[in-house]
Structures are given as structure tokens and as C-alpha cells.
Design a protein around this ligand. Structure first.
Ligand SMILES: Cc1ncc(COP(=O)(O)O)c(C=O)c1O
Length: 407
């Protein structure tokens, strides 16, 4: 079903937040997405009908809960072309990358001590690696972005070397919307024997992803950015690599055998899932993926491309606006901008008076702000497939009014 503006209006009706907040123009989807009733109900139904802890009980209810939890692993695996044993549940992308940064040293060959990131990383794909460097004496290298806000592939090639241990990059930038050529990057990194990590937090909800096609070693994403509940995320890892890694948290649920003085670990992926997991979150997550499948990820991509084009056209009609995004190539529907010299927080607050929700500030990408020379931060409008052309018109009209007030 190709999404049109009329269909997007119908789709919006599936999301109770909009009927509880009449007039809400929600343009902060890169921070988190709204949840359709089917996801909310799946969580509610789980607690009402199937709630029990998993992996422990022998009674029917516990088996049912376990089944639902396991089913989600399969649903997610199918969604990204992985095997269910390669899906580790975490709380979010941040935890997935932290998990990896804690335990990855074990699979890094001797002599390799450089981590290649890019200038466009979110703090979650930067700070965990900084900490690894502090612990292990590794060095960080950053691939530059061009004036057109895309990765400078010449610079990438110059930063890669036989010393490169890890290449960890965003699939899509949460500030610029740039979609990186992760397939090519992964191949080039592999030729140098580096481990590849993809931060897919801003891509998984917008474009089809197949980890086998990308041939990446690890890929991280969050349920809440794709209509799922908060507190459930994924670390995908190639089975043979996950098997080589040690757990990073210890306790119940991740062991095979325990004596007073020692313990051995359960198999992958359970060995990474210590303690009671977010079972209801997993059930809701599966429902979110079902919802995406029902709409069709290609239809989502198509409508969002249209929305983005329209948004860029309309926003750039406003004199004094500066937008930060690549002029060509594929993009996710995110537009960062500044308006005259008005502080982004003032703009966001004034938009809030009109029930328009956008993000303002450094968007968890402080180093990038100095690269793009937006040291006071940016305003960021980010869209999802339930957004309409009227949402964008409301934003542009309000920006013009704000501009008048500041004159
Ligand atoms: C590119 C990118 N990576 C990582 C994250 C962190 O996601 P989470 O807060 O769900 O861990 C975000 C969140 O905005 C992001 O945009």
C-alpha cells in the first residue's frame, strides 16, 4: 500500500497519542517514535494474560511467556536477515554498543589498536569507545565529513590501516540524515581485518536492512525508535563472534553451571542476558515489527522520501534558514536547521506553544556541532511515516511567525 497524505492521516489514527493530544505535531521521531495501539495492547495483554518470568518456570504460564519472548527473537532475526541465535536483547542501542565495547578486546588480534569512527557519530557510538581506549590504550580516528555532509571516503581509506581493530559507524546520522554506504565501508574494513560495528539506531525504522547482505559483524538498534516499547534493544552479532565473546554481566539467567567458587556460561545469546529481561517489551517489539511489515518498509521509505523533499523545499523558502543535510544521495527523514541567530531552544519553546514538538540543542552529537559550525546547536525536525504534509506546513508557518517576533 503506497502511502499518500490521505493514507498517512488514516495511519495516524492508529496512534492513540494523537487523539489524547489533539493538535500535536510530533516532529521528534529521531528521539523516539510514537506507538500504535497494537503495540500498546500487546504489552497490556501480555501482562494481563501471559505474564511470568522466562527460562525458569515449568508451568504453562511460564512456558507461554518464554514462547512469546523467543518468538520475538525470531521476528527480529527475520526482519534483519539474521538467525535468532544472533539476536541479543539489550535495553537499547547505547547498551548494545557498551556491551560490545566491554568485551570486544578478546577478539581483537594483537598489534591492532585503532578504532575508526566518524565525525557524525552520536555520543552512544563514541563515548563507549573512548572508555575502551582509556582502558586498553587504543587510539580513536575520525573519518571527516565533506562540505556536503557525507563521509569523505578518501579520508576513510586514509584512516584505515593494518592497525585498525574496529570500524564503528552510524548507518544514518541523527543530525544530518546522511545514509552512509555501510556495505562498502564494511567491505573495506574487512579487507584490513577490522571488526565492523553498525549503529543502526536511525536506519532500522526507515530502510530495509539485511545483515547478511551488509556482511557487518555487529549491528545495534533500539525498539523505541521503531514504535516498540522503551527499554528493549538489540545487538546483532555474527554467531561465531558472539560465541567467542565473554559475557559482560553476570548472574541469573546467563549461566550453565555454578559452584560456590566458579561458574560456566549458557550458550549465546542467553549468556549476554543476565537477570530478568524486558519480556513485555520484547512482546511489544515483535508487534511493532508486525506493524512495520503490515505497512511495508518500502512504503515507509517511499513516503518519508516524499515528506523529506517537501520539508526541505518548504523550509528553504524561509529566508534566514540554514539546513544541514546532503544535497544528493539517500537520506533518512531528519532535517537540522538554524534560523537567523535565534537560539534553537527559543525556537523549540515557541514551537511548543503551537503544540509542535522538535528537538533543539546538540542532539547528542556535540563534536559534530563544531564540525558543521553550529556551536549553539541546531533545531531538528524528524519525521516518521505517520507525519503529513500539514505537519510540515504547521512547522514552516510557525517558524515564519517566530522570525517576525524576533525582528
Ligand atoms: C545514531 C544514534 N545512535 C545511538 C542512539 C542511542 O539510542 P538509544 O538512546 O535508544 O540507546 C541514538 C539515539 O538518538 C542515535 O540517534
Amino acid at each position: 500500500m503506497k502511502i499518500t497524505n490521505e493514507i498517512a492521516k488514516q495511519i495516524k489514527k492508529d496512534f492513540p497519542i494523537f487523539s489524547h493530544n489533539l493538535g500535536l505535531v510530533y516532529l521528534d521521531n529521531a528521539a523516539t517514535t510514537q506507538k500504535p495501539a497494537s503495540v500498546i495492547n500487546a504489552v497490556k495483554n501480555f501482562y494481563e494474560k501471559d505474564n511470568a518470568n522466562v527460562g525458569r518456570g515449568v508451568y504453562s504460564l511460564a512456558n507461554r511467556a518464554m514462547k512469546r519472548y523467543d518468538q520475538t527473537r525470531t521476528v527480529i532475526a527475520n526482519f534483519i536477515g539474521a538467525n535468532s541465535g544472533e539476536i541479543v536483547f539489550t535495553r537499547n542501542t547505547t547498551e548494545s554498543i557498551n556491551l560490545l565495547a566491554y568485551v570486544i578486546s578478546k577478539i581483537i588480534p594483537k598489534g591492532k589498536d585503532e578504532i575508526v569512527l566518524t565525525e557524525m557519530e552520536h555520543h552512544s557510538n563514541l563515548v563507549p569507545w573512548q572508555e575502551l581506549c582509556k582502558r586498553n590504550g587504543f587510539k580513536l580516528k575520525f573519518v571527516k565529513i565533506t562540505k556536503d555532509f557525507v563521509l569523505d571516503m578518501k579520508d576513510f581509506n586514509s584512516k584505515l590501516s593494518d592497525k585498525t581493530a574496529i570500524v564503528s559507524i552510524a548507518y544514518a546520522s541523527n543530525v544530518l540524515g546522511t545514509i552512509n554506504n555501510v556495505k562498502l565501508i564494511t567491505r573495506l574494513a574487512r579487507e584490513k581485518g577490522a571488526i565492523t560495528v553498525i549503529d543502526a539506531a536511525q536506519a532500522i525504522q526507515h530502510i530495509p536492512i539485511d545483515v547478511k547482505h551488509l556482511d557487518c559483524d555487529f549491528l545495534a538498534f533500539s525498539g523505541h525508535k521503531m514504535m516498540g516499547p522503551n527499554g528493549i534493544g538489540v545487538l546483532y552479532g555474527k554467531k561465531e563472534l558472539l560465541e567467542k565473546l565473554s559475557p559482560f554481566m553476570f548472574g541469573g539467567g546467563m549461566i550453565e553451571k555454578v559452584t560456590f567458587n566458579d561458574a560456566s556460561w549458557a550458550k549465546t545469546p542467553e549468556k549476554f542476558e543476565a537477570g530478568t529481561q524486558n519480556i513485555a517489551g520484547a512482546v511489544g517489539f515483535a508487534e511493532a515489527i508486525n506493524y512495520i511489515k503490515k505497512i511495508g518498509i518500502e512504503n515507509i521509505t517511499g513516503w518519508e522520501a516524499f515528506l523529506l523533499k517537501y520539508a526541505l523545499k518548504r523550509l528553504n523558502e524561509v529566508k534566514g534558514i540554514k539546513t544541514y543535510h546532503p544535497n544528493s544521495g539517500e537520506k533518512v527523514p531528519v532535517v537540522s536547521f538554524t534560523l537567523d541567530s535565534i537560539h534553537p531552544h527559543d525556537i523549540a519553546e515557541m514551537l511548543n506553544e503551537k503544540k509542535i514538538a522538535i528537538r533543539a540543542g546538540h542532539c547528542c552529537a556535540m563534536p559534530l556541532m563544531s564540525v558543521i559550525k553550529a556551536n549553539g546547536g541546531v533545531c531538528r525536525a524528524s519525521f516518521y511515516f505517520y507525519n503529513t504534509l500539514e505537519d510540515i506546513d504547521a512547522l514552516v508557518d510557525s517558524l515564519r511567525e517566530i522570525q517576525e517576533k524576533f525582528k
